[in-house]
Design a protein around this ligand. Sequence first.
Ligand SMILES: [Zn+2]
Length: 455
Amino acid sequence: MHRASRSRQTAGSIVACLLCVTALAVTGPGRGAVDGGSATAGPAITGLSIAGLSTARLQDTRPGGLSVDGGFVGGGALGAGVVSELRVAGRGGVPEVGAGSVVLNVTVTNPTVASFVTVWPSGMARPGTASLTFVRGRTVSNLVVVDLGAGGMVSLFNLAGSVDVVVDVVGWFAAGGSYHGVSPARLEDTRDGSAVVGEDELPTYPSGACDTLTEGLQGLALQPGEVPDAFVQIGTSVKGRPIWAEYWGPAQPTSIVLVIGQVHGNECAPARMVRAVRQNPPTRYGIWLIPTLNPDAYASYSRFNANYVDLNEDGLAASQPETRALMSFTELVHPVLSVHVHSPNGLIAWFGTSGFVQGNPDKSNAPLSSAVARFVHDRSDLGIEGAGVRFAPSRWFLWQGQRLVDPGTETLLLELHAVAAQEVLIARPRPPTHTVDQVDQECLVVLAGLAALIP
Ligand SMILES: [Zn+2]
């Protein structure tokens, strides 16, 4: 499926129009961003606060790369987690003073793994979203509209593996002009069809008993037509299975929510929340969805990972690769809220930035998570309480560990009702089993709560 066909860009009409304009500017030989020089003269734009330029190369990390002024060439591929700064003001026709934002054609080539690159104004916090997402070996380019940051610079970040980056500037907006971008805008590019993600390249998930335990379950697999707006492998399980994160939401999200779809492999209801997110992606804020943090356990219908560790109690030790993947990704995307999805206890619980005070969300400093929990509790049969903490260092919950790596984040613990009598056979008292439809309704109420309350 072509990504453009399900594009849900929320950037304003000015950006949509800009796409037309810059498409003119970069059509033709100059579009060969990877293979050749700069060439095509851009039209002079009037009526908009944008100045079209001849496409000018600002950066090429490959050996022997060229740029308009010889700067920022041959620096070598961008490694995992690396941030590089690129000077834009005063180069390639962009004025030294007076440019507020620029239109860049960013091309990645020679990526060693699936990853994403983010471009944002230097000196500002890195947004948790992708400007370009790509898979191993592909060459992909996107137009990116980005404000110039400190020193007339923009920052570039690569999540995983290594990748060469080529940046051309194709236009700029005057400071105070009619367009005010504050975070990267993704615009589709069909230069050579490379932006098309083949179905064989989409994230894959193990099948397991949860796929078929009750009629109507679909497990974790992406269904036909479901294509995330971005995706990335964030780690590898003990048995070598990939751990994926899928991005669902607008190109310019107001904030990020991280949904951990499944931690315990013998819990089937959480797959319904995974499905609910994919079917009802947010349009204002964005969701990074980890369908399963524990793919080995999903495949074997076990609570534990392949080393027989309960990941949910590995929050401080982070002794397992699955736990470390979550902590690194939390640090990366800075969610305002993480939603940990479990079953079968039928409750929704809050966890704030002052830990947990029994029964008291205010003293727990959990304004966001407790508000969403109350919203959901009022509209469903889910109980409400605090998500709790473990004091023994060897048994910290995952959300306690997340707060260490990202102190501002809050957590919502969503314990859905079970969808099958065989689900999560544990010795404590459990509420009656619910139908798939009833659990789906619980998931939709949670999404409604997020839509209402996430900033
Ligand atoms: Zn659980």
